[in-house]
Design a protein around this ligand. Structure first.
Ligand code: HEC
Length: 182
């Protein structure tokens, strides 16, 4: 989103400084200047950080890329919460444990569909080409994750049970990442 910020110049009431920047991208485009009372424009600085346009173009890649990264992020958030309970950083909560394992189950059935042919490029992705060149191996990794997540989903009785289930599923995350993620 482009934003325009106008503030009065501390030095002179005859001028207003303005700053224009885009915040939708990590690269930043900034234009700062002074509008004089007579309407003329004195641009003081023009900064472009990052290759804004090129980056924007790369980002508009295959829609599956952003979708799968968003899905993976939900797994990351759930796993962080689970790890905190396992480490004792916060008390064990069976309802929360169930929510975490349910998140895994729901996500696991969506993974395979988010790596369609053509989404190996055309955007910023860490997916390795082996996902497509070794489709059988990737499918096996997805299936194992799904099966383990389903088996773990009811393992919320107490912290010890959850710990084991959480460790099994966690190993699936790591194993798939080491084989199929850059
Ligand atoms: C079957 C393979 C597979 C499994 C299982 C898997 N991941 Fe991923 N994960 C990937 C791939 C591939 C990417 C890279 C996606 C991309 O950049 O297009 C990824 C990316 C991520 C990311 C980064 C997302 C981003 O911001 O771009 C996180 C976080 C993540 N995974 C967490 C997890 C967690 C936690 C689990 C287990 C609960 C898990 N993943 C299970 C394959 C897997």
């Amino acid at each position: 989103m482009a934003q325009l910020r106008i503030r009065a110049s501390p030095r002179s009431i005859s001028a207003a400084t303005f700053c224009f920047w885009t915040s939708s991208v990590p690269g930043k485009m900034e234009l700062e200047g002074v509008v004089m009372r007579n309407g003329s424009l004195a641009v003081m600085t023009l900064t472009m950080l990052g290759v804004v346009l090129a980056w924007d173009g790369a980002r508009a890649g295959h829609p599956a890329i952003e979708e799968r990264q968003a899905l993976m992020k939900t797994l990351g958030t759930a796993t962080k919460a689970g790890a905190e309970m396992v480490k004792g950083a916060r008390p064990y909560d069976a309802a929360e444990a169930k929510r975490i394992l349910d998140t895994y189950v729901a996500a696991s059935s969506r993974i395979a569909g988010l790596f369609p042919a053509g989404s190996e490029e055309g955007g910023y992705t860490k997916a390795m080409i082996e996902i497509w060149s070794d489709a059988t191996g990737f499918k096996a990794a997805v299936d194992k994750f799904e099966a383990d997540a389903r088996a773990a989903a009811t393992a919320t009785g107490d912290l010890e049970t959850f710990k084991q289930a959480f460790a099994t599923v966690g190993a699936d995350c790591r194993s798939c990442h080491s084989d199929y993620r850059q």
